[in-house]
Design a protein around this ligand. Structure first.
Ligand code: DX5
Ligand code: ZN
Length: 214
């Protein structure tokens, strides 16, 4: 599968509706929504009230990436705000199995996110529950960072794990994705690519989304 999930973190927050409408018209598949609490990651982005407004204008699934401590506490809040896919960090969950079940029980698709320093093998006992696993290809917290090359190895490892244990699970990659590394990531086995700066800082975002998908 080749899906694109542009990250609204790089959109113009003063013109969010305009940027969401551009994405509605584009060939992208999901809208990636980065929630940061200033504790799990050094940066603060926005929370449920903003997600609710994004949902009012979006005509594609909201792929909500929680970069917050103890995300299990907020599962129902993000369901109410309009998340369709909710991903939580492995590093932020003491009871990951419980949190994934809570997301599913709330009626959303669920996923685990791994930081660049967290091994794919740690997913042996949870990948069966996942609709998606998100591999960070930068250390989370900011848009516009440089892609970490070791991600290709992790995508291949995760592909092998999913083939063995979780054929339903999509592999998503987030951070520093651009039109140069996108074809290599898809070839390595990725299904969904997140792109922030590559889309929103490009001269022609619609064309860039089309290129990323090819
Ligand atoms: C980083 C976020 C990413 C970010 C990607 O912590 O999770 O989704 O917006 O931005 P780019 O594509 O610019 O690296
Ligand atoms: Zn993200």
């Amino acid at each position: 599968m080749k899906l694109i999930s542009p990250s609204l973190l790089s959109a113009d927050f003063g013109n969010l509706q305009r940027d969401i409408e551009m994405l509605n018209e584009s060939e992208c598949d999901w809208l990636h929504v980065d929630v940061m609490d200033g504790v799990f990651v050094p940066n603060i982005s926005f929370g449920q009230p903003v997600v609710k407004h994004i949902k009012r204008h979006a005509r594609k699934p909201l792929d909500v990436h929680l970069m917050i401590v103890d995300p299990g506490r907020y599962v129902n809040d993000f369901k109410e705000a309009g998340a369709d896919i909710l991903t939580v960090h492995y590093e932020a969950c003491t009871h990951l199995d419980r949190t994934l079940h809570a997301i599913k029980d709330a009626g959303m698709k669920c996923g685990v996110v791994l930081n660049p320093g967290t091994a794919v093998s740690l997913l042996e006992d949870t990948v069966q529950l996942c609709d998606v696993v998100l591999l960070m290809s930068v250390n989370p917290g900011f848009g516009g960072q440089k892609f970490i090359e070791n991600t290709y190895n992790k995508v291949k490892q995760l592909r092998a794990l999913c083939d063995r244990k979780a054929p339903q699970c999509l592999i998503e990659v987030d951070g520093g994705v651009n039109t140069t590394n996108a074809p290599l990531l898809f070839a390595a086995g990725a299904d969904v690519l997140v792109a922030g700066n590559a889309v929103f800082k490009s001269e022609n975002p619609l064309e860039t989304i089309k290129l990323l998908k090819q």
